[in-house]
Write a protein that binds this ligand. Structure first.
Ligand code: NDP
Length: 275
């Protein structure tokens, strides 16, 4: 029998770890799957999806810059995709419809609560940034009843827009980085792309409460600028977004195949570089 076919579509996508991650998952269940990375040129996303479906594809992951287009393309959506306004997981239904889901926020929450052992309930949470990544993770974070969530962004109006959109789902406020002076947080999540350029948002140095977690959604071969900064300014646990990457993949695997892979051995293997 032919293996079930999956892929990740994005641009750039050549260095994606998703094929490796999903092959590890499939091995756990002895599933026969094929998972490839497909580089999609600007304007070519809908055709690429159609082509993949025509070739017998079962499901897709979608990464930058196509998460919004995937959202628009889906025939029906999960609640968490509707909330996020973006889709990172597509499933081709037997009746021909295209189902859109978003597993990024669930993946982040899973990493924080299960892998790092930090419960969000009752915590003061600060989220830095107000782009697609932050909008995508806010719903699942609020579902776990933090005491409150502050969204801080360089462009304050964008933080306000997101806070307003989620006001019905919990205690959410917005501000600029300056207004964080004198405030303390138990969980600080960096959802800006500043780390890409080795930069750290202009934050007050007294941000971290005792025992705080500093979480950068970015990941790479070495600690990010935000992680270095957090260590220096008193965060107790400091981590990158590799766990989130593997957890969102596991959740996508569940959406496609109804079983949730073990993530710990895959995260460890990626960190050791032994996969
Ligand atoms: P966007 O381009 O939509 O948003 C970028 C955000 O970063 C904006 O809020 C922007 O502020 C802010 N920003 C950029 N540079 C700086 C700076 N020098 N100082 C302060 N703020 C800055 O990006 P996304 O939301 O799509 O992605 C954000 C990050 O999340 C990326 O690094 C991405 O890799 C990561 N990510 C990780 C995932 C994982 O699985 N681990 C999943 C999804 C995303 P402003 O509005 O003022 O311009």
């Amino acid at each position: 029998e032919k293996p079930d076919r999956y892929a990740v579509m994005g641009n750039p996508v050549a260095h994606s770890k998703s094929p490796l991650i999903h092959q590890q998952f499939a091995r756990q269940f002895r599933h026969a799957i094929e998972y490839i990375a497909i580089q999609v040129d600007p304007g070519g996303f809908p055709q690429a999806v159609d082509q993949f479906r025509a070739g017998g594809g079962k499901g897709l992951n979608v990464t930058l810059p196509y998460k919004l287009e995937a959202f628009r393309l889906a025939d029906h959506l999960s609640d968490r995709a509707k909330q996020a306004g973006a889709v990172n997981t597509l499933r081709f239904e037997p009746d021909g419809r295209l189902f859109g889901d978003n597993t990024d926020g669930t993946g982040l929450v899973h990493d924080i609560q299960h892998n790092l052992g930090v419960a969000l309930k009752g915590r003061r949470v600060l989220i830095l940034g107000a782009g697609g990544a932050v909008r995508g993770v806010l719903g699942p974070i609020l579902k776990h009843h933090p005491a409150n969530v502050m969204i801080a962004n360089r462009t304050v109006s964008k933080a306000r827009d997101i806070a307003e959109a989620f006001a019905a789902h919990g205690q959410v406020e917005a501000c600029g980085f300056d207004a964080l002076k004198g405030k303390h947080f138990d969980v600080v999540i960096n959802g800006t792309s500043a780390s890409l350029k080795g930069e750290v948002p202009a934050l007050p140095e007294t941000l971290f409460a005792r025992g705080a977690l500093a979480y950068d959604m970015m990941y790479g071969d070495k600690p990010t600028a935000f992680m270095d900064w957090a260590v220096l300014h008193g965060a107790e646990k400091v981590v990158d977004g590799l766990g989130m990457l593997v957890e969102q993949a596991a959740e996508s695997y569940f959406v496609w195949r109804g079983v949730r892979p073990k993530t710990a051995p895959v995260i460890e293997g990626l960190r050791r570089g032994s996969l």
